[in-house]
Design a protein around this ligand. Sequence first.
Ligand code: AMP
Ligand code: ZN
Length: 684
Amino acid sequence: MDVQSQINSLRDELREHNYNYYVNDNPTISDFEFDKKLEQLKSIEAAHPEFYDATSPSVRVGGEITKNFNTVKHINRMYSLDNSYSIEDLQDWETRIKKIVDGDIQYTCELKYDGASISLHYENGKFVQAVTRGDGNQGDDVTANVRTIKSVPLQLKGDDIPAKFEIRGEIVLPWDGFHKMNEERAAQGLELYRNPRNTASGSLKLQDSAVVATRPLDCLLYQLAGDDLPVKNQYDSLTLARKWGFKAPKESKLLNSIEEVFEFINHWDTARKDLPYETDGVVVKVNSLRQQEELGFTAKAPKWAMAYKFAAEQVSTRLEEITYQVGRTGSITPVANLEPVEISGTTVRRASLHNADQIEKLDIRVGDEVYVEKGGEIIPKIVAVDLAKRPADSVPTVYATKCPECETTLVRKEGDAKHYCPNEMSCPPQVKGRIEHFISRKAMDIDGIGAETVGQLVEAGLITNYADLYDLTVEQVLPLERMAQKSAENMVQGIEASKNVPFERVLFALGIRYVGETVAKKLAKHYKNIDALLALPDEPLKENLDLFADTTGASDKKIEELTAVPEIGISIAQSIVEFIQSEDQMRLVHRLKEAGLQFALSEEQLEGQTDRLSGKSFVISGVFEMSRNDLKKLVEDNGGKISSSISSKTDYLIRGDKMGPSKLEKAEKLGVTMISQQEFLAML
Ligand code: AMP
Ligand code: ZN
């Protein structure tokens, strides 16, 4: 046998053993024999570097060092999941989706594995890249580390493999391995790892892949992504993935009704305790990919999937003190300081109390014995008080009246759950918080400044608001502690570069209460520039700031105008009007404009946008020549509104092939105008 064939045959053999051991849990040779063969392969490969292959089983031992994890944009966005906590929640979900899709719905139920989300990329059957979820739009390239995880196939089996695709799943650390790691930590007198999930995601970010290789990580896969996949439903895609060599958990099941889903949930609520890894719920997915496509996504999650969270563990402990935290926008959050207590393996010292109503509703008092629960959220919450244990001298909680940071009297607007500190311009956490928000990645994304630098700049009196950033000079910041010439220059350059950040992100960066990323996008698209957004009706925006006095009538009109914009509600509208009425805020906007920030959509963004369909509501149903997303975008770019179900408010139904009979019937009954893709395009 020549060297090449010898290497190939060893690789094939080891691959198969790897698969039997790590994916199938069914080894056919002893560890000793496996190691001997692996050593043999390694020594031949070492003597013949010309046959190097990144998918050889020998690369599992790691060795590659990653200094900086590159940020990678996801080709297909990695969504999160909507949560439900009861059978009723799931029934409501089914009612909602049944209004949108036609025909019977089958569900694939899977367990919700608690680990680190990962997307694996394959090209021509070979593993090429692994990316963490990150913020869903972009994540970190952790390829070198993931390659060392034995159940991740580096070379797929079978023939019908798409040339290019992604598969999503979860990197988990099974309990066994977790306990073993902790035994070693304990033996070395080191602090123990808190829980398997954090340890798994921490492992992915280690610089030395050889260390990752020693960690008993596992990878469970549950979702294919890509174009033209050879499957029509979720369940088949799991079967296919399994055939290709992936570890697609066998617990998943195809079910015919929501009642069967409830049974599945009931079963696993207890049975999951015997699984080798942590699970925190069940994921219910609409099985048919066609129906999935019809349902689409919200801003954060697919509408075709729903996570059901198992009831979280509860413990009781004593409430020692209530303190108040001031957020970036001045919102006050009461915090329960607890006698430390263990819940699901972590020590809990604090819990959120949400707001004054919550405290009043549960009648939570200092000194009480309270029940604490840690659900999906990172911050645990108080769910009840043990009244039997209430001390005799206990007194009802009186909510704070003054800001703990700046002593300003707190305000609470009608309809608002939270109290606010109105001292936006000089309450320290608000000052710092707003600047931190302004420079953050999704806002102005200013390189060269972090939260710590913001603190330094504010404390040194160099800035008191975000507009001040644009006046900073290298000479001014150099005297700051730990600030070198290079970092000072980077910072000033970063600020300068932010002048090119597009309008919608600038709008988000302003930190107007309730104007998050999605709302900012909607507003930018609708108003196209800041003057239109901030102008009060009948009264164009005045550069002369004294003229903001009499605005009562105008502000009502503005609220009306804003709420007419799709998806802008009354709270958002009120908050924007308040922003307009604040001279301080307007002065900042004015200064940012002078500094040269983008306060209008660019020509490029405006291209292809018209008001031709303004005021018209569309429903899209069926299969089309062009993609549904492109169709939707065309409607929206031309000012139309998309809704998911037919009602008397629907103006047009764009009708594709294979449209369901019930939708057709409804459209006919309501007399909705039906048009084809061609007719729609002609309208434009
Ligand atoms: P959340 O982080 O609570 O929004 O839940 C979404 C996350 O659940 C996803 O990003 C996945 O990492 C994870 N997950 C675990 N098991 C599954 C599953 N079977 N299907 C989809 N997502 C899952
Ligand atoms: Zn304050």
